[in-house]
Design a binder for this molecule. Structure first.
Ligand SMILES: [Zn+2]
Ligand SMILES: [Zn+2]
Ligand SMILES: [Zn+2]
Length: 181
């Protein structure tokens, strides 16, 4: 109906388009649909089939209040070159470092320390350098706490998880009647 699929996404100059937040309605059940749409658009723009598991999750610090309090605001500058925004958060030590399109400080951090899990403050996706792949924050429970905190800091509300819908769709069809050639 309204999913604009043919947009040129070559320019990287989108800024602040998600400031439609109207203060006032906090029903708690109404906003899920709207926010979900925005989230899907953002994900679809650069979707590359995220992994649903990663052997390096064991290097994450134990998720807890003490650890999550160390998550800096999403507009934190790179701790090395002070690039102002769109940086990455090292999920191991919570250092903020710039992307490979700026000065590659997150990549270098991984090469120096082996800290391979990083969360993008630009779209809140999680990248594993060792797997060389995105990780699905919806599916990987270990990533949810820090993702939720980052989402809360960036958008002022918790993320809408859609894993239940996915499960509902994928199950419930279990027909094994005859060979369907
Ligand atoms: Zn940097
Ligand atoms: Zn680190
Ligand atoms: Zn990995």
């Amino acid at each position: 109906m309204s999913t604009a699929g043919g947009e040129d996404s070559s320019s990287s100059s989108r800024k602040g388009k998600e400031k439609q937040g109207e203060s006032g309605r906090e029903e708690g059940a109404e906003w899920v649909g709207e926010v979900d749409l925005g989230d899907l658009c953002g994900a679809a723009a650069g979707w590359v089939e995220a992994r649903t598991s990663c052997p390096h999750l064991g290097s994450l610090p134990p998720a807890g209040a003490a650890d999550l309090e160390r998550v800096p605001p999403p507009d934190s500058p790179c701790s090395r070159c002070h690039h102002p925004a769109e940086n990455w958060l090292c999920l191991i030590c919570k250092d903020v470092l710039c992307s490979r399109f700026i000065n590659k400080h997150m990549l270098r951090h991984y090469q120096e320390t082996g800290h391979c899990l990083a969360l993008s403050f630009s779209d809140l996706s999680v990248w594993c350098f060792a797997c060389d792949s995105y990780l699905d924050v919806q599916a990987i429970l270990e990533l949810r706490p820090v993702y939720e905190v980052a989402h809360l800091l960036k958008f002022g509300e918790r993320p809408p998880f859609r894993s239940l819908e996915v499960l509902d769709l994928s199950t419930g069809e279990n027909r094994s009647s005859s060979s369907g050639s």
